[in-house]
Design a binder for this molecule. Structure first.
Ligand SMILES: Nc1ncnc2c1ncn2[C@@H]1O[C@H](COP(=O)(O)OP(=O)(O)OP(=O)(O)O)[C@@H](O)[C@H]1O
Length: 652
């Protein structure tokens, strides 16, 4: 069992010793012996050694949508049957919206939560399942990376999350260099990946190749690539497909959705699947597609690329939708009764039969694989997020300077405060309010975007079996912790000694601790809200009223003993109250000599700390309770935050 609670398949990888930039055909071409070893026996179930034959029968896919409380199902894929044999490079083509990506995601067992699947999908006769995330690689249409990492860092972290834990650092380095070398990425190994909003580091094509390189790290026997050549120049696209072609020749099964490939690229695919309006319009070898279309009266002009011709023939032409639908129906119907469909049917029946007849007693994806342990995954993920924080100038460094600056402003505004006077009492109350509020609202709002900004990356990596949601959650929090400690320390250091607070080391230390706790509870609350809602604006909409209630019940704006009964319990959930009370106790406990000098006649005079604490309904014995209350809230918010994140994953 792995940490996700699922059956852990065996995964291993193959390294070779070629130099990084060289492209050596023999790296991928298998020897005769290894081909023989790949011959399927069905005595045991080992698609890694034997290669992967994918078959699907009567497959329908529906998208579930909810509108005005009513659930409806839209059929995207309509009862399709097909098969792809081991060692094939398959192009899935069709016009936009035909259902290519939906079909491929279902075959890869990676459909979204709102999709309903009917029918059978088999890998070497065995029903697909969660093990697909360990058996297959999936290259998505849009690449998502942590933009502040370099190519080397990204690959290194991925290798440390994906590979067998016994793989030595040297082997990992060599594997990374080989994969990057094969894809022509060695020259940018130390470049930042870059994002859409930053100075460009890697080009779009390089990012695509990096996404492919990431999938190749584990050397999966089956690869799904959603539009891998989109955004690549013709040379890079050709190089990539040539590489896929060689991998397929070596026994891998590769399925690609592809738009408008050039004739050269198109010719490299051994099999073509044409999807139109959720049905199969053709499945078979490239050259037989032309023959099939010609027999139906659709002749590809010599000036046309066959790929463009198929897509044009099967496209929904705006304004002529009915005609287009009729053409598509006619072609799909004809294909369903053609000899090409019968050939496919034979393979599918064979797979179904073998799957039923021979129940493999051994379920081994890859023998002797030992996955990375979760604490090690946490280490690598934390490192990734930490690098992101350090290198994102708008985040940590800027925040530290901001804290220093605000701390100094607060300090200088209260410079020369004499706490033992009537005016001094008011100033100290002001300082305490500034300490609490500055370490509550700013941090709470500034963490709101942390989790949502990387949610798509997290969901994708989780779906590919890289880690458990808790591993991700903990790593993100651990990476934020240094900032959650440094920021309040910088603030307290810059403000405390010049603002007239009690100048003793002990009180300074406990005040710092209380402020660190305050900031951590506030951030945990922000993290909980950001995970509880779909978007940052929605989280904000709920967080603002929540804040107000907490601020009012902090004790500064109302005497806590006079709170309406209905709301009196809220103060126990208010870390602002705990923090304000703790800081007041630290400043006023044991103070007995406040002077009444210059106090106008008739105006009440405060003479000692006890009176101040009583004014707010605070108790001088409550310091441990306040600290304990904040610790409980801290863990409570983090636990709820994780629950909400897990709830998002459950529906994905
Ligand atoms: N999760 C979803 N929920 C609802 N509808 C969806 C979902 N995913 C896809 N669809 C719909 O299914 C249809 C097929 O989408 P799909 O992405 O499979 O098409 P495609 O052939 O890959 O198109 P493209 O080439 O433009 O990427 C589209 O009409 C799309 O709107």
């Amino acid at each position: 069992m792995d940490e996700t609670g699922e059956e852990t398949p065996m995964i291993a990888f193959r390294t070779n010793g070629s130099s990084p930039e060289s492209y050596n055909e023999s790296e991928i071409t298998l020897s005769l012996e290894s081909v023989k070893r790949r011959l399927r026996t069905y005595a045991r179930w080992s698609p890694v050694e034997e290669g992967v034959t994918l078959a699907w029968d009567n497959l329908s896919i529906y998208a579930t949508t909810k509108s005005k409380g009513r659930i409806s199902h839209k059929r995207i894929i309509n009862g399709v049957t097909g098969a792809v044999k081991a060692g094939s490079l398959v192009a899935i083509m069709g016009s936009s919206g035909a259902g290519k990506s939906t079909l491929m995601s279902a075959l890869a067992h990676r459909t979204l939560g709102n999709m309903l699947i009917e029918g059978t999908i088999l890998i070497n006769g065995r029903q697909i399942g969660n093990y697909m995330k360990f058996l297959s690689g999936f290259m998505h249409q849009e690449d998502i990376f942590v933009p502040y990492l370099t190519v080397r860092e990204h690959m290194n972290i991925m290798a440390n999350l994906k590979l067998d834990r016994r793989t030595s650092a040297k082997d990992k380095r060599q594997l990374i260099n080989n994969v990057l070398g094969q894809l022509g990425l060695i020259k940018c190994i130390d470049s930042r990946i870059g994002g859409i909003d930053q100075d460009k580091a890697l080009s779009g094509g390089e990012k695509k190749r990096l996404a492919f390189a990431t999938e190749l790290l584990t050397d999966p026997p089956i690869l799904f690539c959603d539009e891998p050549t989109t955004g690549l120049d013709s040379y890079s696209a050709q190089k990539l497909v040539t590489m896929m072609n060689r991998m397929a020749a070596a026994g891998k099964t590769i399925l690609c959705t592809i738009h408008q490939p050039s004739s050269d690229i198109f010719a490299m695919f051994s099999q073509l699947i044409l999807v139109a309006d959720g049905r199969i319009a053709f499945m078979g070898s490239n050259y037989s597609a032309l023959e099939f279309f010609e027999r139906m009266g659709y002749v590809c002009p010599s000036s046309y690329s066959p790929a463009d011709f198929y897509i044009k023939t099967l496209a929904m032409t705006p304004g002529y939708e009915d005609n287009s639908r009729q053409t598509i129906k006619r072609i799909c119907d004809q294909f369903a009764v053609s000899d090409y469909a019968k050939e496919v049917e034979i393979v599918v029946q064979y797979e179904l039969h073998m799957g039923k007849a021979v129940v493999p007693n051994k379920f081994e994806l890859r023998q002797d694989f030992q996955p990375i342990r979760w604490p090690v995954k946490i280490f690598w993920l934390t490192q990734r997020w930490f690098l992101e924080l350090l290198r994102n100038p708008s985040l940590e460094i800027m925040k530290l300077f901001q804290r220093l600056f605000i701390g100094l402003i607060v300090g200088f505004c209260y410079l020369g405060t004499d706490a033992l006077t009537q005016n001094g009492v008011q100033s100290i109350e002001g300082v305490i309010f500034m300490f609490v509020s500055e370490n509550t609202f700013n941090p709470m709002y500034s963490v709101l975007a942390h989790f949502p900004s990387y949610l798509p990356l997290f969901l994708r990596e989780y779906k590919s079996g890289l880690y458990h949601p808790f591993t991700y959650y903990l790593s993100r929090i651990l990476s934020l912790l240094p900032g959650f400690i440094l920021e309040p320390v910088v603030f307290v250091l810059s403000a405390y000694w010049i603002s007239g607070l009690r100048p003793t080391g002990y009180i300074f230390a406990v005040t710092s601790f209380v402020i660190i706790l305050t900031m951590n509870v506030s951030s945990a609350c922000g993290i909980m809200f950001s995970n509880a809602f779909e978007s940052v604006p929605t989280a904000l909409a709920y967080l603002v009223p929540f804040d107000y209630v907490h601020m009012i019940t902090s004790g500064v704006f109302i005497r806590l003993s006079t709170l309406p009964k209905l709301l009196s319990w809220v103060k126990y959930l208010s870390w602002l109250m705990y923090s304000t009370e703790a800081l007041n106790i630290l400043q006023w406990n044991g103070v007995t000599n406040i002077t009444c000098e210059n106090q106008p006649q008739g105006v009440p005079c405060i003479r000692n700390g006890t009176e101040i604490l009583e004014r707010y309904s605070f108790s001088e014995n409550n310091l441990p309770t306040d600290i304990f209350g904040m610790i409980i809230l801290l863990f409570g918010f983090y636990i709820l935050g994780y629950f909400f994140l897990w709830r998002k994953v459950r529906h994905y």
